[in-house]
Ligand binder design. Structure first.
Ligand code: PEP
Ligand code: MG
Length: 327
């Protein structure tokens, strides 16, 4: 099977009826970048910048961050890399910031990700500058984690725009363009998409945290791991609502949680109108194989039918249907 997937590297990611589905990979280390070539993925849809911080004993200074981002971009060649700003705090505590984050009762709901970055303006300014300098002459794709309300996006973007101005005055070579995106992983953000969408170029749904927050179920608790299914109507209807809300806006919508890397889940997502998936590299082959045997119109109709049914879990129905279709 591995050899079969490797042989599919250069095959187009397109459904049987000709609908292209963009497949990208999730990454966080320099070594992850080789997967772009081995899988044939179109880019990095989620680069977790906190990895560099987590494996470092001390806070990485700006030059070190910049060198790292430049290495990553060089390894990506012409393919885009979406850098997510720091998602630390809570369970991803940094030893050198520990005092500030270790006292929380509910770290997942705590002072983490963009919340921490906005309060630590120096940290975020430094990262913004490192990303901008590393992207000189090319497009910088940046996205913010755990956006809960649109003003948080505005505040984060303002930090990047401020650094652009500052570096422009210093006659530094700037990125040719910055594309801004938000992660949708806090359910509240779905209620204000009409305000957020005109401001952003892309939206990436983080189904790991979204599931945790939607079901109020700790993503790290093994006793809950099997209890709530990604193929439950709650998750699928939620995602469908987000996709519908983006219609008429010039915004790319992607999934970057682990859900997108499971073939049946990916099939369901495509049926909900998702055209971009950022997944773990090992999933690119299996998911592409699924895409090439699926009929986009048929899965769309099937998902509409399934979501209207009073069924608690769509997994049984959907897997039976997929098997009958030869997917
Ligand atoms: C997510 O929450 O779905 C996600 C992609 O980000 P992380 O797993 O890094 O929290
Ligand atoms: Mg997340």
């Amino acid at each position: 099977k591995k050899a079969r997937y490797a042989a599919m590297r250069d095959d187009a990611s397109v459904t049987k009826d000709g609908v292209p589905i963009t497949l990208m990979i999730n990454a966080g280390l320099r070594d992850d970048m080789s997967a772009l070539a081995t899988t044939g993925a179109e880019g990095v849809g989620l680069f977790r910048t906190e990895f560099q911080f987590l494996i470092s004993a001390t806070l990485p200074q700006r030059e070190r961050q910049q060198r790292f981002y430049r290495d990553v971009l060089e390894a990506a060649g012409d393919k885009p890399v979406i850098f997510r700003t720091l998602d630390i705090g809570g369970d991803k505590a940094l030893p050198y910031l520990k005092d500030e984050t270790s006292e929380e009762e509910n770290p997942a709901l705590g002072w983490r990700a963009l919340r921490l970055s906005l309060d630590h303006a120096g940290l975020m300014k430094t990262q913004a500058r490192a990303l901008i300098e590393a992207s000189a002459g090319r497009t910088l794709h940046v996205m913010f984690p755990m956006v809960s309300e649109p003003w948080e996006f505005d505040a984060a973007k303002a930090i990047f725009e401020g650094q652009m101005k500052f570096l422009g005055k210093q006659k530094k070579q700037l990125p040719s363009k910055i594309r801004y995106g938000a992660m949708l992983e806090v359910p509240a953000l779905a209620e204000t998409l009409d305000i957020l969408l005109p401001k952003i170029q892309f939206l990436s749904i983080g189904t790991n945290d979204l599931t945790q927050f939607l079901f109020a179920a700790d993503r790290a608790d093994p006793r809950l791991a099997e209890r709530y299914d990604w193929l439950s109507p709650a998750i699928l209807r939620f995602i469908k609502r987000v996709v519908t809300a983006t219609q008429g806006h010039d915004v790319d919508v992607a999934i970057c949680g682990e859900m997108g890397g499971r073939s049946l889940e990916a099939l369901a997502l495509i049926g909900l109108g998702i055209r971009r998936l950022s997944i773990t590299p090992a999933a690119v082959g299996p998911v592409k194989a699924m895409i090439r045997t699926a009929d986009h119109a048929a899965i769309g109709a099937k998902m509409t039918e399934l979501l209207a049914m009073p069924t608690a879990n769509l997994r049984t129905e959907l897997s039976a249907w997929a098997a009958a279709q030869g997917i």
